[in-house]
Design a binder for this molecule. Structure first.
Ligand code: SF4
Length: 396
C-alpha cells in the first residue's frame, strides 16, 4: 500500500464491501502487525441511527473489526466520545451497536467515562494549537483507524476521517477546537479547520474507512438531525488520511482543495489532496460522484419572524442556536411571535428590537437589553435554549 492510494468500492452487502475495499489495498496485513492493539473510532457523536446518515453504519465497523482480527490484532477496541452534552456509551448501547461490536470480539470503550485518562502532546507545528489533549487509549494504541460517515458539515464543509478524530479528544479540547471562550486569532470564520489540521500534525489515523453506505447532506430545519440521508452504498479507504478525505469530499461534489482543513493538511505536507495525484483503485470516483447539498448555517435564518444577530461568537453558541432551531418544525416556527436571537460579545442589536429578544450564551447575556430571555452557559446546551423557547410559547 502506497501513500496517496485510495480504494473505492460499491455494494449493498456492507461487510463484504468493506473487506473488498481493504483487499484492493492489500488488506490490513499491510497496516497491522501481529499482536498489536487496534483502536477504531467511529462516529457515534449523536443519538441517531445510521440510516439518517448521522452515525457510522455498524456493519462497516464490524467489517473493520473482523479484518483487524484476521490480520492478527491482539486487541481491537472501539472507542468514542460524543459531542459535548451527550454520552457515547449511552448512545452506543441505545443504538444496539455496542452489543454488535462485542459479539465480534471488540472491546467497546466509552471515552466519555475516561475524562481524566488523558495525555497532553505538544503541537510544535501548530498554528493555533500549542498543546493537544487526547484520551490515553487513542494516544497509546498501536494502530488508530478512523471510521467516519460521508457527510457535509455546517462549519467545515465536510466531516470525514480527520474531523472524526475529535471523538478521541476530551470535551475541554473539543471546546477549544470550536474556539469556545478563546480569543479569535485569525481571519478564518470558525478556526475549527485550522485546529483539525494542527491536530493532524501530532495525532492522525493510520487508516481511514469512510462509511458512504448512507451519507448526509444539507442542513434541514425540523428534520431532528442535521441534514438528510443520501444512499450511496460506497466505501472509501486508505492509509493517506488526507487523500481519503480528499476523495470523500470529491465524491460529494466538492473540490477538496477548497475544503480548508483538507487544504491546510495538504499544504503542511501531511498527505495528498490533489485528486489528480491520487491513485484510485476500484470504482472510478466519477461513477460514484453525486453533488451533496451544502450544509449552510444561514439556511435557518430564512424565517421572516426570526432574526439572528451574531458577532464575535464562536461556533459553540452558533451551533447551539442552530441545533436548537433545527429541532423545531418550519411550520411551527412560522407561527411564532417575532423572535430575535443574539449570539456573541459583539452582536450589535438595532436601536429598537422588534420581537422578543433571546440572549444565547454567556457572552450575549452581558448585552444591555431589557426584557430579554437569557440562556446562560458557555455554550448553553441546546436543550436549555429549547426549554426557554417552550416557556415563551414557541412550540414544536
Ligand atoms: S458564551 Fe458562546 S460565544 Fe461566548 S465564548 Fe462561550 S460558546 Fe463562545
Amino acid at each position: 500500500m502506497k501513500n496517496g492510494e485510495v480504494a473505492i468500492q460499491r455494494g449493498k452487502k456492507v461487510i463484504e464491501t468493506v473487506k473488498k475495499t481493504l483487499n484492493l489495498l492489500g488488506g490490513f496485513e499491510n497496516v497491522i502487525e501481529k499482536g498489536e492493539t487496534v483502536l477504531i473510532t467511529p462516529n457515534y457523536a449523536v443519538p441517531m441511527r445510521s440510516d439518517t446518515g448521522a452515525t457510522t453504519n455498524p456493519e462497516v465497523v464490524v467489517g473493520v473489526i473482523e479484518a483487524a482480527r484476521e490480520a492478527g490484532a491482539r486487541k481491537v477496541i472501539v472507542a468514542e466520545s460524543s459531542i459535548v452534552g451527550f454520552d457515547a456509551g449511552k448512545i452506543m448501547t441505545a443504538l444496539g451497536v455496542k452489543q454488535m461490536f462485542e459479539k465480534v470480539g471488540a472491546k467497546v470503550l466509552n471515552l466519555d467515562e475516561k475524562r481524566h485518562d488523558v495525555v497532553a502532546k505538544r503541537v510544535p507545528r501548530g498554528k493555533l494549537l500549542k498543546k493537544l489533549r487526547i484520551f490515553r487509549p487513542a494516544a497509546e494504541c498501536d494502530v488508530l483507524i478512523s471510521v467516519p460517515v460521508l457527510k457535509t458539515h455546517i462549519y467545515t464543509g465536510v466531516s470525514l476521517g480527520m474531523k472524526n478524530l475529535k471523538g478521541t479528544l476530551p470535551d475541554v479540547q473539543k471546546k477549544i477546537f470550536h474556539r469556545v471562550g478563546a480569543r479569535k486569532e485569525t481571519e478564518e470564520e470558525f478556526e475549527l479547520d485550522r485546529c483539525i489540521a494542527d491536530m493532524m500534525t501530532v495525532h492522525n489515523p493510520d487508516f481511514t474507512v469512510i462509511d458512504g453506505v448512507v451519507g448526509q447532506e444539507g442542513f434541514v430545519p425540523g428534520s431532528g438531525v442535521c441534514g438528510t440521508p443520501v444512499k450511496m452504498n460506497t466505501i472509501i479507504a486508505g492509509n493517506d488520511f488526507v487523500a481519503v478525505d480528499a476523495l470523500g469530499a470529491y465524491i460529494m461534489g466538492r473540490d477538496p482543495l477548497q475544503v480548508n482543513h483538507i487544504r491546510y493538511s495538504h499544504e503542511m505536507g501531511l498527505g495528498e489532496a490533489n485528486v489528480e495525484n491520487i491513485n484510485v483503485l476500484g470504482e472510478h470516483p466519477d461513477t460514484v460522484r453525486r453533488e451533496f447539498r451544502h450544509a449552510i448555517p444561514g439556511e435557518i435564518g430564512k424565517y421572516e419572524n426570526v432574526t439572528i444577530i451574531e458577532g464575535g461568537s464562536c461556533s459553540g453558541c452558533s451551533f447551539a442556536l442552530r441545533w436548537t432551531l433545527n429541532a423545531f418544525k418550519p411550520l411551527h416556527i412560522r407561527r411564532w411571535d417575532k423572535s430575535v436571537f443574539l449570539v456573541g460579545t459583539n452582536s450589535e442589536p438595532p436601536g429598537e428590537i422588534e420581537g422578543k429578544p433571546f440572549l444565547i450564551g454567556k457572552c450575549a447575556c452581558n448585552l444591555p437589553i431589557r426584557n430579554a430571555i437569557k440562556v446562560t452557559g458557555c455554550p448553553p446546551p441546546f436543550w436549555y435554549v429549547i426549554n426557554e423557547l417552550k416557556k415563551e410559547k414557541r412550540g414544536y
